[in-house]
Design a protein around this ligand. Structure first.
Ligand code: UDP
Ligand code: MG
Length: 325
């Protein structure tokens, strides 16, 4: 028997969850018909949703014993959700996918075919188009991949997604990276292994809304750069060299100007401009150092990546003891 754990991080997904459950069980049932060795478990993560997501989990757990769930004590972010899922999954294979059907369950049989014979350790989809996304957003996304790949040795594949069918070996490798600042696009790539990228066209959410704002994505992009590259720390050195090169002719001009008594006011304006520029560059560099220091501070504190409020086990136990009374 081979157990496949399907990990699904959910944040305010009451609208699509029932649809998702129907779709995924349809696909897993047909997979089971074809491959009799397969068993499935569904591990839902409630990332501090403010809607009825947890209630739906309970209903699903009531009617399907393959359904397990972990409900966080508050919103910890999708990265924490995925970590909790991977950590608690019991499967020989683990699938990570979104609840919003943007990661079509119909891919699973194909993905399984890639990993089952040990040819690949991971099968994942790769977006080849960005339909349904604004032009500005696509532009910035492309820029991000260009920049991050220039700055970091870990390649972050453009369009790669968190929709993955992985072997236990790869999951264990990912779990060994227990860092607090988790950027899974980088983590998946950092661990290596043989990955099969399957091209796919972007699909839009059938219901609910994305929880990403533009600002949120921007911060995520910065996280990504900082988690896998220390190149920005070298900016200070580059700026220092540039400033040094510029300062020499400026100094000469000022010196000659002083000797031949050119208009003093223009010189003052020029000098104050330069002081502002250099001041700004210095502050910018200190800011970068500060951000890395902040990340280091959070890592050093070694806080838990997530906290559990309720699980299917606690719920089932509570129910059983209620019924036996
Ligand atoms: N998600 C989560 N915690 C969050 C935000 C999102 O677990 O704080 C989940 C969400 O429920 C969904 C997946 O992460 O299953 C992807 O989220 P979304 O569809 O909002 O992102 P997008 O598809 O636009 O990247
Ligand atoms: Mg989505």
């Amino acid at each position: 028997m081979k157990l496949v754990s399907v990990v699904v991080p959910c944040y305010n997904e009451e609208e699509v969850l029932p649809m998702f459950y129907d779709e995924i069980t349809k696909v897993t049932d047909s997979m089971k018909k074809e491959h009799s060795e397969l068993e499935f478990e569904f591990l839902f993560i409630n990332d501090g949703s403010k809607d009825r997501t947890l209630e739906i989990f309970r209903q699903l757990a009531d009617k399907d014993k393959r359904v397990r769930y972990i409900s966080f004590s508050r919103n910890f972010g999708k990265e924490s959700g995925m970590y909790a899922g991977l950590k608690n999954a019991r499967g020989d294979y683990v699938v990570v996918m979104d609840a919003d059907l943007q990661h079509p369950p119909a891919f699973l049989p194909q993905m399984y075919n890639f990993v089952k014979d040990g040819e690949f350790d991971c099968a994942t989809t790769r977006r080849v188009s960005r339909t349904g996304e604004s032009k500005v957003r696509s532009f910035f996304a492309r820029m991000f991949y260009k920049i991050v790949n220039k700055m970091s040795q870990t390649e972050i594949v453009d369009g790669a997604q968190d929709f993955r069918f992985m072997t236990r070996q790869m999951v264990d490798a990912i779990l060994e990276m227990s860092e607090y600042n988790r950027f899974s696009k980088g983590i998946f790539s950092w661990v290596g292994f043989r990955v099969k990228y399957m091209p796919y066209e972007n699909v839009e959410r059938p219901a609910g809304t994305t929880s990403w704002s533009f600002w949120g994505l921007f911060k995520y992009a910065i996280e990504g750069v900082m988690a896998f590259s220390t190149a920005p720390l070298a900016f200070a050195i580059i700026f220092a060299i540039i400033c040094a090169v510029i300062s020499v002719p400026l100094f000469l001009v000022a010196l000659i100007g002083a000797i031949f008594c050119w208009q003093v006011t223009t010189a003052v304006t020029a000098i104050s401009g330069v002081i502002f520029l250099v001041g700004a560059l210095i502050l910018f560099c200190i800011g970068i150092v500060g951000m890395y220091l902040g990340k280091t501070y959070m890592e050093v504190k070694n806080r838990p990546i997530y906290l559990t409020g309720e699980t299917d086990e606690s719920y089932r136990g509570r129910k059983a003891s209620g019924e036996s009374k």
